[in-house]
Design a protein around this ligand. Structure first.
Ligand SMILES: Cc1cc2nc3c(=O)[nH]c(=O)nc-3n(C[C@H](O)[C@H](O)[C@H](O)COP(=O)(O)OP(=O)(O)OC[C@H]3O[C@@H](n4cnc5c(N)ncnc54)[C@H](O)[C@@H]3O)c2cc1C
Length: 642
């Protein structure tokens, strides 16, 4: 039974909360640290940085990932950069401004205290990564270079060409390897967590499957940290790596962890448009391109089939610059995505099916030269050419919005602990900092803030009271969880129907995109809520999962993940229906301003929605808990980027 949600926000002025909290948190002495075992599921930037840091502090860490190496976590795909309030550009940035931009960007649906702390520690991240040797871009003078991302009027984004995530992950991976060599971290690659074990109300372990041998194992610990990334792939097509899934967080939800704001999903405006029915993946063209690129469509429908260079300047509609003169092409993602859809719906889209807009770097190439543009974005131009066969130095890119990131995630308090004692959730897997819309370059900042600088302070607070409480894996709860995991696998393998996993997942994704995607409305969400259970029924009666469980079987892996998506999708629609307002990326068509912008209802919905699983293993209507958001520093206003 869950009572009032307590976010455990420390008292005191906003800019002193974190320092005071750290000063008064409990500690674990160096000699006692090695007596504790911590499970970290995930080795992306959040999990990898947490594992390396906790290992360095002397704790015993077991770190799990499903890839063949920690170094292949989805974080490696991050392109554009990482924010920090260093104010190297002397352009007016500050901790407060980064905090304010993030709160406003999230359409006032995140916690002030968490976001302020994020902005505060952002600078430490850059110092840490530079010390690790991350090759951030530099100015001629040798100082670190910056560029801008959406929703900001300053340049605070640090980057390594269009491969920032890869370089940050290499830095983190080196730190992790140091701890593996030192014996503090044990790495379990190709191992998937399939359930969480709760003993006496505390998270005390996991059950996993070795993806090569099929062996099911149980691991006990003093605390469990989930750093398992986002669930964008519930939509089937997204910019996420193919493996990204909701299984770890969803199964923790079924064990009692609250799922917060599951309908807050980010649609990124600059992705390569869908090209056909058989596509399984979408590709991002980083938002950083909007620093130098201008977004436009023809003013007249009749010009849409013409080559772009045949359309004169006077006949082009630079619609972001027109609608949002202050931020122009750097309007936030939710707003830019909807604006792109709007011009395409008007029949002014370009490319096959009219679902595309131009991202044009011609002016910048003229101004700065092709070489400078290549230095800044060379690998993005290469990716674009490989996929489309077009040279974006010679003609504009074509882009369209696509699913990209999930702001929703497991509910956590200020300490990043879920409502289940001992279960911590960090990085994209939690809901903590981005409200209803994440600003570009803030996910890497949050993941690394959580792993390097926040969890190492907040986890000891819990561990200090847990000395000698680690259960044995012979405990009844471990055995029961293991047998539930085995039963689920058996059930998947014996369905032996006719449909492929992909066909069902694709159908789910298309339904969600249509009814719970960029625009949502009540009848559409209700329709989705009748169709999802039908599709789930079809899955459990007619899907075909080949192979067996005692071997490398990627179909079986995927089957478990799709089964979870089929349940989780329903939770997303329930959340979207219950939140009867528009905010950020959650755009309910019933609630818009006269100018077509998201219209919030602060009186009734300035809350985090945190859902509790009901149904004792079966699926029943989840229970809603609300955490009111208190704004003591920021004044709530209608978001404007004009
Ligand atoms: C194409 C692209 C570009 C991006 N560019 C940027 C950018 O420029 N700047 C920015 O700030 N953000 C960017 N983002 C967002 C950012 O990359 C992610 O939000 C961030 O990397 C997530 O990090 P994470 O550590 O939380 O999760 P991930 O990197 O997704 O790592 C998840 C980890 O969990 C493991 N895992 C998951 N489930 C299980 C399980 N059941 N059992 C065992 N292990 C499991 C995985 O193996 C993996 O190790 C981008 C995203 C995309 C898709």
């Amino acid at each position: 039974m869950i009572g009032t949600l307590d976010a455990k926000i420390p008292p005191g002025p906003l800019d002193q909360k974190w320092r005071n909290h750290r000063d008064h948190s409990r500690l674990v002495s160096p000699t006692n640290r090695r007596k504790f075992e911590i499970i970290i599921v995930g080795s992306g930037l959040a999990g990898g940085s947490a594992a390396a840091t906790l290992g360095e502090l002397g704790y015993g860490v077991k770190c799990f990932c499903y890839q063949d190496s920690a170094r292949r976590a989805h974080s490696i795909a991050a392109q554009g950069g990482i924010n920090a309030a260093k104010n190297y550009q002397n352009d007016g940035d500050s901790v407060y401004r980064l905090f304010y931009d993030t709160i406003k960007g999230g359409d006032f649906r995140s916690r002030e205290a968490n976001v302020y702390r994020l902005a505060e520690v952002s600078s430490n991240i850059i110092d840490q990564c530079v010390a690790q040797g991350v090759p951030f871009a530099r100015e001629y003078s040798g100082l670190l270079a910056n560029r801008s991302f959406g929703g900001a009027q300053v340049s605070r984004t640090f980057y390594a060409r269009g491969q920032t995530g890869q370089q940050l992950l290499l830095g983190c991976y080196q730190a992790l390897c140091r701890q593996i060599a030192a014996g503090t971290v044990e790495m379990f690659p190709q191992t998937e967590m399939l359930d969480l074990v709760i003993v006496d109300g505390h998270a005390k372990g996991i059950v996993s499957r070795n993806l090569v041998s099929g062996k099911i194992d149980k691991y006990a610990a003093d605390a469990v940290v989930l750093a398992t990334g986002g669930y964008g792939n519930v939509f089937y097509l997204s910019t996420n790596a193919r493996g990204c899934n909701v299984t770890a967080t969803y199964r923790a939800y079924k064990k009692g962890a609250l799922f917060a704001n599951p309908c807050f999903t980010q649609i990124h405006p600059t992705c390569i448009p869908v090209s056909g029915e058989h596509q399984s993946k979408l590709t991002l063209m980083s938002e950083s391109l909007r620093n130098d690129g201008r977004v436009w469509v023809p003013k007249r429908k009749e010009d849409c089939d013409k080559a772009p260079d045949e359309i004169p300047e006077t006949e082009r509609d630079y619609y972001l610059e027109r609608k949002y003169p202050s931020y122009g092409n750097l309007a936030p993602r939710d707003i830019s995505s909807r604006a792109a859809k709007e011009v395409c719906d008007e029949g002014r889209g370009v490319g096959p099916g009219g679902r595309g807009v131009y991202l044009d770097l011609a002016d910048a190439i003229k101004r700065l030269g092709e070489r400078t543009i290549c230095e800044r974005y060379g690998n993005l131009f290469e990716i674009y050419e490989k996929i489309t066969g077009e040279n974006a130095y010679k003609m504009p890119m074509r882009i369209y919005p696509a699913i990209h990131y999930t702001m929703g995630g497991l509910w956590v308090d200020y300490n990043l602990m879920s409502n289940l004692p001992g279960l911590y959730v960090i990085g994209e897997a939690n809901f903590s900092d981005h409200g209803a819309n994440r600003l570009g370059a803030s996910a890497l900042m949050q993941g690394l803030a959580d792993g390097y600088f926040i969890l190492p302070y907040t986890l000891p607070n819990y561990l200090a009271g847990q000395m000698s409480k680690r259960p044995s894996t012979d405990h009844f709860e471990f055995k029961k969880t293991e047998s539930d995991v085995r039963a689920k696998i058996e059930n998947l393998l014996k369905i032996n129907g006719k449909r492929s996993l992909d066909s069902i997942h694709r159908e789910l994704g298309a339904l969600l995109w249509e009814k719970c995607g960029m625009l949502r409305n009540k009848p559409g969400l209700q329709e989705a809520l009748t169709k999802i259970p039908e599709l789930r029924n079809e899955f459990w009666n007619n899907v075909h999962v080949p192979g067996d469980d005692e071997d490398f079987n990627q179909s079986l892996e995927r089957a478990g993940r799709v089964a979870d998506f089929l349940e989780f999708a329903e939770l997303m629609c329930i959340d979207a229906l219950a939140r009867d307002e528009s905010c950020g990326a959650h755009f309910r068509e019933e609630h818009q301003t006269s100018e077509g912008e998201a219209l919030r209802d602060d009186e009734n919905f300035a809350d985090v929605f945190a859902w509790e699983f009901q149904g004792n293993g079966k699926i029943a209507e989840p229970k809603l808990h609300r955490e009111p958001l208190h704004f003591e520093t920021v004044h709530l206003t209608q978001r404007s980027y004009k």
